[in-house]
Design a binder for this molecule. Structure first.
Ligand SMILES: NC(=O)CC[C@H](N)C(=O)O
Length: 200
C-alpha cells in the first residue's frame, strides 16, 4: 500500500486544477500528465471533465492515446469525470463521427444525454459507499446507457425526467461519474478513488 500515491490528472484540456487541489487535500501526490513518461510515474489517474472530442484529439497529437489504453488495460486505477467518463467508456451514443475513446470501462455512455433544456443542473445523489448524499453538479453531462455484468452502479439520478439514469459506476480499479465531484468542497468522491488507488 502506497500511503502518498502519485495520482496524475490528464492535463490536455478541461478542469485539471480543481482535481489537483482535491487530490492534494486528501494526501495524494498529484501531478499533471501530458507525456507518456509522466503517465508511467502514476499510481492512479484522473481523466477530468472538459470536451471529450477535443481531449481525444489532443491525446493522439501528444502520443498519449495508446499509452493511456495500455495503462488502463494494465490495471492502472483510473477515475473519469464527465468528459472523462466518456473517455473511459467502451462505447458512445451520440458521439462525434468516429469519436474514439481510451476505453476499458464496459459501459455505453450517451453524450450530452440530459439535453438542452437541462444543460446544467444539480442533484443530491445517494452514492453507494458514502453515508450522506453528494451535491452533484452536472454540466452537459453524459449518462450511462448500459453496463456489463462486471460494472457496479454507484449512483442514479434521484428526481426529474432523468430519474433512474446511471451517473456513477465502478469496475474493478476503474471509476467514473457523469457529474463533477471537483466542483465545491466535498471531496468524498475523490476520497473513494484515493482509497481505491491505495488498496490497488
Ligand atoms: N462537463 C463536461 O465534461 C462535458 C462533456 C462534454 N459534453 C463532452 O461531450 O465531452
Amino acid at each position: 500500500m502506497v500511503s502518498q500515491p502519485v495520482i496524475g490528472v490528464l492535463a490536455l484540456q478541461g478542469d485539471v486544477r480543481e482535481h489537483l487541489t482535491a487530490l492534494r487535500s486528501l494526501g495524494a501526490d498529484p501531478i499533471s500528465v501530458r507525456r507518456p513518461a509522466e503517465l508511467a510515474a502514476c499510481d492512479g489517474l484522473v481523466v477530468p471533465g472538459g470536451e471529450s472530442t477535443t481531449m481525444v484529439k489532443l491525446a493522439r497529437i501528444f502520443e498519449l492515446l495508446e499509452p493511456l489504453r495500455e495503462a488502463v488495460r494494465g490495471g492502472l486505477p483510473t477515475f473519469g469525470t464527465c468528459a472523462g467518463m466518456i473517455m473511459l467508456a467502451d462505447r458512445i451514443e451520440d458521439g462525434a463521427v468516429g469519436q474514439e475513446t481510451i476505453g476499458g470501462l464496459h459501459i455505453t455512455v450517451r453524450r450530452n444525454a440530459f439535453g438542452r433544456q437541462v444543460d446544467s443542473f444539480e442533484d443530491d445523489l445517494e452514492v453507494d459507499g458514502l453515508a450522506a448524499p453528494v451535491r452533484a453538479v452536472f454540466i452537459r453531462a453524459p449518462w450511462v446507457e448500459a453496463v456489463a455484468d462486471d460494472v457496479d452502479v454507484l449512483a442514479r439520478v434521484a428526481v426529474g425526467p432523468a430519474a433512474g439514469r446511471i451517473v456513477a459506476v465502478r469496475q474493478g480499479p476503474l471509476m467514473a461519474t457523469s457529474f463533477h465531484p471537483e466542483v465545491g468542497s466535498d471531496d468524498r468522491v475523490h476520497g473513494m478513488f484515493v482509497d481505491l488507488v491505495r488498496s490497488a
